[in-house]
Design a protein around this ligand. Structure first.
Ligand SMILES: *[C@@H]1O[C@H](CO)[C@@H](O)[C@H](O)[C@H]1NC(C)=O
Length: 277
């Protein structure tokens, strides 16, 4: 599909249509969606000159994404130099992409360099930049390091938001550190921040998996209060586990609630309910 888009672009050129930065950017986005980083890099390197198109910030940000997602974050330093020459000022998205790239490549020294560059460019390191760093570390199963960043932002007076906590909670859940996940969940709520539905579902799922059924039950109930019902397999596992710790009444109550709030799977629940009698 990308090949076809490139061909169309070439044909437009031959027929004398006006080629714009906008259409170049659309092509780069198509390449990113197709995860064809090689092609995005090629288009970025060749097309602006060949077709006399001035790249704008969006062009650069798309190209930088391709470099960072394909393990060549280092190339971005020279792109930043080109941007400066062309009078295009990078923004927080540019640096966020670059930070994520260097984390994935575990080039921590460069992370520090990018943060300094942000200062030079006068771009404040705010909650969104922290969230990108925290999310990337959590994906890399370095949730403890991510939590250090949370403390760092708090000490700098930057307030975390619910996105910050959602990333951290999911990270600790995946690493099996449920105590930490629970504690973050509580501090999040205490701060008046609202966990999203996925955060609730992750907590129920991982607490169930880790054998902490009482905590799973409590969070599941809170979730259902908000009309967010975890998926059937998670609910079924919770119900079955509650029975094994002699909480049959709670299990029945839970089923009753699910059926009331959620007509889907009603017959499946009827069957499970029968098994509890
Ligand atoms: C940075 O610029 C891009 C392209 O113009 C824009 O889509 C994005 O929202 C900007 N990011 C921020 C944080 O303003």
């Amino acid at each position: 599909m990308l090949n076809r888009a490139v061909t169309v672009f070439d044909e437009f050129y031959n027929e004398g249509f006006c080629r714009s930065t906008k259409s170049l950017n659309a092509l780069l986005v198509a390449g990113l969606i197709a995860k064809d980083h090689v092609e995005v890099k090629r288009i970025f390197m060749e097309f602006p000159q060949r077709y006399k198109i001035d790249p704008d910030l969006e062009t650069y940000n798309n190209a930088i994404k391709a470099f960072c997602e394909s393990g060549s974050s280092n190339s971005v330093y020279s792109i930043l130099v080109d941007m400066k020459k062309g009078g295009v000022k990078p923004n927080a998205t540019t640096f966020g992409t670059l930070l994520a790239g260097f984390y994935v490549e575990e080039k921590y020294e460069d992370v520090g360099k990018v943060l300094n560059l942000m200062k030079e460019y006068g771009i404040p390191v705010g909650v969104n930049t922290y969230n990108i760093r925290i999310q990337t570390l959590c994906i890399l199963k370095k949730s403890n390091e991510a939590k250090t960043l949370l403390h760092g932002m708090l000490s700098k007076g930057i307030n975390p938001n619910s996105v910050t906590y959602n990333h951290l909670i999911h990270g600790f859940c995946k690493e099996g550190n449920l105590e930490e996940a629970k504690s973050l969940f509580n501090s999040m709520v205490n701060r008046g921040l609202e966990p999203d539905s996925n955060c609730f579902f992750n907590m129920v799922h991982f607490l169930c998996q880790g054998g902490d059924f009482e905590a799973a039950l409590k969070i599941c109930k809170d979730s259902m209060e908000k009309k967010w019902v975890p998926k059937f397999s998670t609910m079924k596992s919770l119900v079955n586990r509650l029975v094994t710790i002699s909480k049959v009444e709670e299990a029945k109550e839970l089923i009753k609630n699910v059926k009331k709030k959620f007509s889907k799977n009603a017959d499946l629940w009827d069957e499970i309910e029968k098994g509890l009698l």
